[in-house]
Design a protein around this ligand. Structure first.
Ligand SMILES: Cc1ncc(COP(=O)(O)O)c(C=O)c1O
Length: 424
């Protein structure tokens, strides 16, 4: 990732399909001060004195968070979840939620973490930082849903080796990087297999909002059994609100017994958090709290105002690829790409190498950047070197057109054996 950031900073004029950032048009008219005041009005209306309302936002806060009740209500409206504030921890983005969940769940025996390959680099990187091994579970062809039969096989093998896993990490909706969305059937099968195997599932869910409201597939958490919950659900306001607020959350309603007696997994995560970041910035939380109150008033779901924009960007990227790569005499039989219905990402597969080392040439000579799929790969499988990830969320349609035209020139050059001149 450092390499990618470094190349990106060296070619600021290049069109970059690398970052999965929200589009900055959504920052227009956002007034964090107004949202904080809205949240403080709510505190006062629900019994806080003006001094308390001020303290809640400006002082250190509880490790578990200060907007948990509002979040629980939002999750009820959004996903039909019946959770309470105590089942939640507000984290510094989804990223801290992933890190803390892995930290707490890895337990003293530090069993490996199950994932599908490719895997979101923030999750694989966090696991590695914690010294945890990653073990891949095979997915259905062209999908990233872990196959229940493969899961049973992998878990049995690890148990035989004395390395029992406790947790599987997955992105069921518009996965990063693969774009795949699990069917309801695949979700039910996965939860059932997790129950059978005594596993917990970390569900990372940043892109679910890009589906139209009435077409969203229920989250794993919404399909979970409240009597024996298997799913730890992670969400974020980075894409639906403001990434700069750095507010995400973990829903972990599992009952657990620890040294201090019985509690929830959320309470254990909050204890770990108090040793990592103490608490998520109350100012950031207040901004999101104000946003949640406004959305509730308007009967809108987080991100609902921007899902259509991202779907249009993705559709635009796919038609630009169809036109520029699909019609290209030197690429049309040699390059293909997937067609996700939502999310931020498309994966292009070539029958020739496009390794990380070519990114420099791509930025310098062709003015276009992308993310090598090797960043998401668990091993050095050579097929990964023929794939790249494109993100379109941050770009205008005009930039997408220019970028794809440049990408076609770069790929035609790479297809010719990465020889010759950039003028192809
Ligand atoms: C799958 C996935 N999980 C987590 C994150 C991190 O989210 P946050 O910015 O809320 O930490 C990202 C960011 O792009 C992501 O793609």
């Amino acid at each position: 990732m450092d390499f990618l950031n470094e190349v990106t900073s060296r070619y600021p004029e290049a069109v970059s399909f690398a970052p999965g950032r929200p589009h900055e048009q959504f920052f227009e008219g956002v007034d964090p001060g107004r949202l904080i005041r809205r949240y403080q009005d709510h505190l006062r209306a629900t019994g806080a004195t003006p001094r308390e309302a001020q303290r809640r936002v400006l002082q250190y806060g509880a490790a578990a968070g200060i907007i948990n009740d509002l979040l629980a209500r939002a999750l009820g409206r959004e996903q039909g979840l019946e959770v309470i504030g105590e089942d939640l921890v507000v984290t510094v983005g989804a990223q801290e939620g992933i890190f803390l969940s892995l930290l707490v769940l890895s337990g003293p025996e530090r069993g490996p973490v199950l994932v599908t390959d490719p895997c979101y680099v923030g999750a694989s990187g966090a696991a590695r930082l914690l010294g945890l091994d990653l073990v891949a579970v095979a997915a259905h062809e062209g999908a990233s849903a872990p196959r229940a039969d493969a899961l049973r096989e992998v878990v049995a093998g690890l148990r035989r080796d004395g390395r029992p896993p406790r947790v599987l990490y997955t992105i069921p909706d518009f996965a990063n990087p693969g774009g795949y969305t699990m069917t309801v059937g695949e979700r039910r099968e996965l939860i059932a297999a997790a129950g059978e195997l005594g596993l917990l599932i970390i569900e990372d869910s940043p892109y679910v909002f890009t589906a139209p409201r009435d077409e969203r597939v229920p989250t794993l958490k919404a399909l979970d059994d409240p009597a024996d919950p298997r799913v730890i659900h992670i969400g974020t306001f980075a894409k639906t609100g403001l990434p700069g607020a750095r507010v995400g959350y973990v829903v972990a309603d599992q009952r657990v017994t620890g040294p201090a007696g019985e509690s929830t997994l959320a309470a254990q995560i909050a204890t770990a958090k108090s040793m990592v970041t103490l608490n998520t910035s109350p100012i950031g939380q207040a901004v999101v709290g104000g946003l949640l109150l406004e959305l509730e008033e308007q009967d809108r779901l987080p991100g609902e105002d921007r899902g259509a924009f991202y779907r249009a960007s993705l559709a635009h990227l796919l038609s630009a690829l169809d036109a520029q790569l699909g019609q290209h005499p030197r690429l049309r039989d040699r390059v293909r790409w997937n067609r996700p219905d939502g999310g931020f990402f498309v994966v292009v597969t070539c029958d020739f190498p496009v390794p990380e080392e070519l990114l420099e040439v791509s930025g310098r000579d062709f003015g276009v950047l992308w993310t090598p799929m090797s960043h998401f790969s668990l091993d050095d499988d050579p097929t990964v070197r023929r794939r790249l990830r494109l993100a379109c969320s941050y770009l205008s349609e005009q930039q997408i057109d220019i970028g794809v035209e440049r990408l076609a020139r770069f790929l035609a050059w790479a297809a010719a054996g990465a020889q010759g001149t950039a003028d192809v």
